[in-house]
Design a protein around this ligand. Sequence first.
Ligand code: HEM
Length: 480
Amino acid sequence: MWQVISICLVPILVVAISHLFYSWANPKCKNGKLPPGSMGLPFIGETLRFFSSHSFYDIPPFMSKRIARHGHLFRTSLIGQRVVVSTDPEINYKVLQQEDESLVMWYTDCFLGIVGSEEDLMAIHGSDHKYLKNLILHFLGPENVRVKLLPKVDEATRKHLHSWASNGSVDVKHGAAYIIFESFGKNLFSYDKDEITKTLVESFKDFMDGFVSFPLYIPGTAFYACIQGRKKAVKLIKDMYQARKASKNRNHGDFVDRLLEEVEKENTIVDESLAINLVFVLLFAAYEAGSQALTLLTKFVFENPNVLQELMKEHDTIVRKRDKELHGGVTLEEYKHMTFTHKVINETCRLSNIQPMIFRKVVKDIEINGYKIPKGWIFLAFTSVVHLDPEKHENPLVFNPWRWEGKELHSGSKTFMAFGSGVRLCLGAEFAKVQMAIYLHYLVTKYRCSVMKGGEVIRKPTISYPNGLQISIEENISKE
Ligand code: HEM
């Protein structure tokens, strides 16, 4: 009897599994043709290969193999999603200008679950997104950053570089996080206790360390530490928000003043939980991208003595022209004249690809270059491949700030999208640039530094430093 059942079942199973494999590998597409590509194994897709670690500098092997086989637009499957990947600058540009009834911003449910809520900046679209974006731009728009935040960034940077030099050395990624929280966090919600910066740095570090880890929520795992880190940071933000709300003082001149006013308005989309989440999301974006940017900037500058020389020339000239009696920090005029510095910043962003890719969800069938991308699929603009393409940037793996000579330095282009493009262009771009420029200014004019240890970088695709980046740093007394 069992023999008969198994004889009947085996062919049924074989047919069912073959059907599963066939339909997975050949997804349906009504009235059109999907881009070429392979969907990998059912459910897992090509996720494991996609996330395998690889050299920091080059195009990921996953990408180069598929580009060679299928061209600059291909299909695959990642983290349980059907995905179309584009490394074509024209297509990326066109798609990122849209956020409408066809395409919207997308992050994995897991990412949203860890970072925020279903109703925060990253999860909302259309007019609600526009509303929140305008609210944030009051604080992070170029005008406010250059006029109001620049002096505070200057003060915080000087304070921390001085403390690095007092210790004689520093792990740059860790030290940079302190600078970011002091420059950015204190402007977001004013606080005067250094203890708060320390708690925020530690909470966000735990949060980021377990961010791309196996989601096993038991004490001792990186994922557990990640969630605990998030909880600790949110609790601190919540407590401060509540204390500020109770105090009725709205004269701190920070972003929380603005949020408290906003929440009290009648026709607003911002409630208390959204306000608190917004502070968390902004701190998260500033912490991770900002501290990576300062670390990679340090690495590239000290690995390239000719770049360091040119930077010293530019910044020494600024210092010489300055009225020493009046000097209270870098001025807006000085910042605007840091031409070579801005080339170094762009080159750091191009080569390091801090955010190497951008996701969108297709919410209505779209057509690209004669191919159809059905509703429900994910569009992945792999902008870092364009940044490292020898046809777009000569000798792309060489750190060469001079390549930006005669090129537009302050807005992106189809071949340079380090800060994204279109509707979701990075809201912290100007802050990040001001922070990098001021950091470089003091580093090259007031200190003598050299790399002591580490500096190797791996990408999976998040950026990590297996041996950190430890530099020795001392005051340059000859320049006092
Ligand atoms: C060098 C450093 C940075 C890089 C390379 C970077 C890169 C990016 C990119 C590529 C996007 C677009 C994401 C998308 O289209 O899906 C983005 C968005 C964003 N960035 Fe940055 N970022 C940096 C620094 C910062 C900083 C310091 C902050 C906060 C102060 C920040 C806040 C944001 C926010 C809030 C968004 C979302 C914009 C929106 O959804 O409308 N970024 N960033």
